[in-house]
Design a protein around this ligand. Structure first.
Ligand code: ADP
Ligand code: MG
Length: 702
C-alpha cells in the first residue's frame, strides 16, 4: 500500500497549521486530506434567493437579505454595550444587533453601503430582529459566488471560536480540492458505474462540496450513497460467504422418528403455508453441510415456536442436542411447559435451566447435559455459564433476539469445536431493506401469515374523558370470564413520576374493582424477582382478573384467556412497542381488544402512531411507519451483524432503493469474481486494501 496525497496530514493544508489541525482532529476527527474531503455538508443555502424584509417571520430558519445600512450606533453602557444597525430594502426596515465584537464591527460597517445579510430571525418582545448576522458587502458577495448552492458544514462551538465556522471550512475545502484535482481514485468498477448510471468519484466529491447545479448535486449524493452502501454490503456478503464456506455445519441428513412422529401424531393443526416454507428453508440449511445462520422474523402469534421445535427435533434425530434460549425466566418456563407437554408422547429428555433452579437439581442437569442424556435444553442466560458443558450441541434457537448481544451468543458456540447451527427468532418485524443492512450477513426467513381463525384484535383510541366508559367495558369483559392487562409506561428519565403514576392507577383500579369480587395482580421492575414471578403466575393461571404492570410483560408471555390490553399514556410508547404489547392478546378464540388511552394533547407524531395502530394489525406495515417516524437509529441498536455500520450520507429509512441496488451489485461481483482478482475489479480491491491498511482476508472465502 503506497500512501498518496490524500493521506497528507491536514496540518499541511494552507490555512490550517498545527493548532487548527489539533482542533480539527479533536472536534471532527479530521486528520488527513481525505478526512476533510469526506466531511460532507449537511445542507445547502441557495445564495441567489433573497427574502424581502416585509416577509421575515420569527419562525423562519436562516434567511438571506439584501439592502442598505441606513443607521449604525453603539448603545448601552459598559456591560450592556451593543451595536445596533438598520437595514433597508424596498419593502421595509429591519434591526440588526451585535453584542460581541462591537468596536471592530462599528468601524467595518459603513452607512450608505449595500450589504448581503445572512441570519436567523429572532423575536424580541414581539418584534423581530437579527442577532449576530453575517454581513458581506455586495461586491464581495458577487465575487465569491460560484454556484447558487453553498454548502453548510457541521461545525462545533470550539471550532467556531477558532475561526473554523462552516464558511471557513468551505474555504479550506476549496483550497484542498484545487490541490488534489486528479488525485481522487475511482473505487467502483466500470460495469458497476454503467449499470447503475453513477457519476465517477472525483466529480461526485467535487459536486457535493461545490455543486455546479442542483442536478449535479443530486447525482453526486446518489453516487456517494451508493458507494457507502456498496462497501457495507460487500463486507456483509463476504462475511456470509466466509461463514458458509469456512465454518462447516453439522450435516443433519435425515428426518427421523421424532420429527415424523411429532408431525403425524402430535401436531393437531395444519401448519400455515408460511410455516411450511420456513421449515423447508431451515431443513435445506441443516442438510447442506454448511453452517446455518438464520434470522426468523414473524409477527407475534405467527407460530414461530412450532417451527423452532420442529427444527430442534431434526437436530435430535441426527444425534445432536438442541437448545432454546429465552430472554426471561418466565418465558423460558413457559416454553418448557408447552414443549414438554407436546413432546410427552415422544419420550424425549427435555430440561429447563434458569437462574432459580436449585443447586442440587442444577448439578443433575449439568451432568445430564454433559453426558448427552438431556437432548433438548431450554433456558435463560444460565445456559451461558461456564459450568454448562453441552456434549454435542447441534442447534441453538434464540428467542426474542434483541435481548441477547452478539458476544453472548458467541459464548455458546465456544463450547463446541464446531459452531452449532443458529436460528434467531424475532417478533420485531424489520423492513426488508433495513434487514439487508442490519442483518446483512444472516439469511432471513419470514412468517408473514397468522394461523387461520384468528380474529383480528379490535384497537380503539380513547382520550381521558372516556375513562368511565373504559371501566364499564372492563367490568363486562371480566363478567364474561376474560382477563385484562393494564400497562403503564416506564421511561427512565422520569422514573419517579412513572411509579407515582402506576401507583395512582393501581389505587384507582383497586377502588373500582375491589376484592373479593375482583382480583388484581401488580408487577413492576422494582419488585424482587420472586414476587414478580408469583404475581405473574397468578395471572397466568387465571387466578387474577387484571394484571397492572409496567412494560415487563412486553415479551412473549402467553395467556390465551387474556383478551383485553389497556395501554395507559399510550402516546409515550413507540409504535413497535405498542404493537408488541398488543400482541399479548388475541391468542385465544375470543374477540380481543386493545384500548390506547392518551391525554388530550397529542403531537402530530403521536396522532399518527395512534392512527396506525387502530388501522392495522400488520407488524411489517407498522414497522415501515415506525421507521419513517423514528429513523433507523434505535433499530441500529439491535444490530446483529458482525460489521460496524457507519453511515455518513445514507438514511436507512429513505434510501431503501439504493440499498437494494448496492447489495445486488455486491452480490453480482462476488458471484463472478469471488476474490476480486480480475482486472476490472482491481479498483475495488485497491480501495479495500487501502481502507483496511493492506489487510484483506479475502482468501478465507475460498
Ligand atoms: P409466536 O410467533 O408469537 O412465538 P407462538 O409460536 O407462541 O407464536 O404461537 C402462538 C399460538 O398459535 C400457539 O398457541 C400455537 O400453538 C398456535 N399455532 C401455531 N401455529 C399454528 C397453526 N398453524 N395453526 C393453528 N395454531 C397455531
Ligand atoms: Mg414466541
Amino acid at each position: 500500500m503506497s500512501s498518496t496525497i490524500l493521506d497528507t496530514s491536514i496540518e499541511f493544508l494552507k490555512g490550517v497549521g498545527p493548532k487548527r489541525a489539533e482542533l480539527l482532529a479533536k472536534e471532527l476527527n479530521i486528520r488527513t486530506f481525505e478526512n476533510l474531503l469526506f466531511h460532507f455538508p449537511f445542507r445547502y443555502e441557495d445564495r441567489t434567493k433573497f427574502y424581502e424584509i416585509k416577509n421575515i417571520q420569527a419562525d423562519l430558519n436562516y434567511v438571506q437579505l439584501k439592502g442598505e445600512i441606513i443607521y449604525i450606533e453603539e448603545i448601552g453602557d459598559k456591560f450592556k454595550k451593543r451595536l445596533v444597525a438598520k437595514l433597508k430594502d424596498d419593502t421595509g426596515i429591519i434591526e440588526l444587533v451585535w453584542f460581541k465584537g462591537v468596536k471592530f464591527l462599528k468601524n467595518q460597517i459603513k452607512v450608505g453601503k449595500q450589504y448581503v445579510v445572512f441570519a436567523k430571525p429572532n423575536s424580541y418582545r414581539n418584534y423581530i430582529n437579527l442577532v449576530h448576522p453575517e454581513l458581506e458587502e455586495i461586491s464581495e458577495y458577487k465575487a465569491n459566488i460560484q454556484s447558487s448552492l453553498q454548502a453548510v458544514y457541521p461545525s462545533t462551538e470550539k471550532l467556531n471560536r477558532s475561526g473554523l465556522a462552516s464558511k471557513n471550512i468551505l474555504k479550506l475545502i476549496k483550497t484542498l480540492l484545487n490541490q488534489i484535482k486528479g488525485h481522487i481514485p475511482e473505487n467502483l468498477s466500470q460495469s458497476i458505474l454503467q449499470e447503475n448510471s453513477l457519476v465517477s468519484r472525483e466529480p461526485a466529491i467535487i459536486n457535493i462540496h461545490l455543486p455546479s447545479s442542483v442536478d449535479n448535486l443530486k447525482k453526486a449524493i446518489y453516487r456517494l450513497k451508493f458507494e457507502e452502501l456498496f462497501f457495507i454490503q460487500l463486507d456483509l456478503l463476504k462475511l456470509k460467504l466466509i461463514n458458509q464456506n469456512k465454518l462447516k455445519g453439522f450435516p443433519f441428513e435425515k428426518v427421523g422418528d421424532s420429527f415424523m412422529n411429532f408431525y403425524n401424531k402430535v401436531l393437531d393443526f395444519e401448519l400455515t403455508d408460511a410455516q411450511k416454507r420456513v421449515l423447508k428453508e431451515v431443513r435445506k440449511d441443516l442438510g447442506s453441510g454448511k453452517h446455518m445462520n438464520r434470522l426468523l422474523q414473524g409477527d407475534v402469534g405467527s407460530g414461530k415456536t412450532i417451527v423452532a421445535l420442529m427444527s430442534m427435533l431434526i437436530a435430535i434425530d441426527n444425534g445432536f442436542q438442541a437448545a432454546l434460549m429465552a430472554p426471561t425466566e418466565i418465558l423460558a418456563r413457559q416454553h418448557y411447559e408447552g414443549i414438554k407437554e407436546m413432546l410427552e408422547p415422544l419420550n424425549l429428555n427435555v430440561a429447563v435451566l434458569t437462574g432459580s433452579v436449585k443447586q442440587k437439581e442444577r448439578r443433575q442437569i449439568h451432568d445430564g447435559i454433559e453426558s448427552g442424556e438431556i437432548q433438548l435444553l431450554i433456558g435463560t442466560h444460565a445456559l451461558l455459564e461456564d459450568k454448562v458443558k453441552l456434549k454435542n450441541l447441534g442447534l441453538v434457537i434464540i428467542d426474542e433476539q434483541h435481548r441477547f448481544g452478539v458476544a453472548q451468543r458467541a459464548k455458546l458456540w465456544k463450547k463446541n469445536i464446531q459452531p452449532p447451527h443458529v436460528l434467531i427468532m424475532t417478533a420485531t418485524p424489520i423492513p426488508r431493506t433495513l434487514a439487508m443492512t442490519l442483518y446483512g450477513d444472516l439469511d432471513i426467513s419470514i412468517i408473514d401469515e397468522l394461523p387461520p381463525g384468528r380474529k383480528p384484535i379490535k384497537t380503539i383510541h380513547w382520550f381521558e374523558n372516556k375513562r368511565l366508559r373504559l371501566f364499564g367495558f372492563l367490568e363486562k369483559e371480566i363478567a364474561k370470564g376474560r382477563q385484562i392487562y393494564i400497562v403503564y409506561p416506564l421511561i427512565e428519565e422520569s422514573e419517579k413520576m412513572d411509579y407515582a403514576n402506576l401507583d395512582e392507577g393501581f389505587q384507582h383500579i383497586f377502588q373500582r374493582f375491589p376484592p373479593p369480587k375482583y382480583k388484581v395482580s401488580i408487577v413492576h421492575g422494582k419488585m424482587p424477582a420472586d414476587t414478580k414471578n408469583y404475581e405473574m403466575s397468578r395471572f397466568v393461571s387465571g387466578e387474577t382478573d387484571i394484571m397492572v404492570s409496567t412494560t415487563v410483560i412486553e415479551v412473549g408471555v402467553n395467556v390465551p384467556n387474556a383478551s383485553v390490553m389497556i395501554i395507559e399514556s399510550a402516546e409515550r410508547f413507540g409504535l413497535s412497542q405498542l404493537h408488541q404489547l398488543r400482541g399479548r392478546v388475541g391468542r385465544g378464540a375470543e374477540q380481543s381488544y386493545c384500548v390506547l388511552m392518551t391525554g388530550n394533547k397529542l403531537s402530530a407524531d403521536g396522532r399518527l402512531r395512534m392512527k396506525t395502530m387502530t388501522e392495522t394489525n400488520d407488524g411489517f406495515k407498522i414497522a415501515e411507519v415506525d421507521l419513517q417516524l423514528r429513523g433507523p437509529g434505535d433499530l441500529q441498536g439491535t444490530q446483529q451483524s458482525g460489521t460496524p455500520i457507519n453511515l455518513k450520507l445514507t438514511n436507512l429509512s429513505k434510501d431503501g432503493a439504493i440499498i437494494e441496488l448496492a447489495r445486488s451489485a455486491a452480490n453480482k461481483i462476488l458471484e463472478s469474481d469471488t476474490i476480486l482478482n480480475s482486472e476490472e475489479n482491481s479498483v475495488i480491491m485497491n480501495y479495500l486494501r487501502k481502507r483496511n491498511r493492506g489487510k484483506v482476508n479475502w482468501s478465507q472465502i475460498s
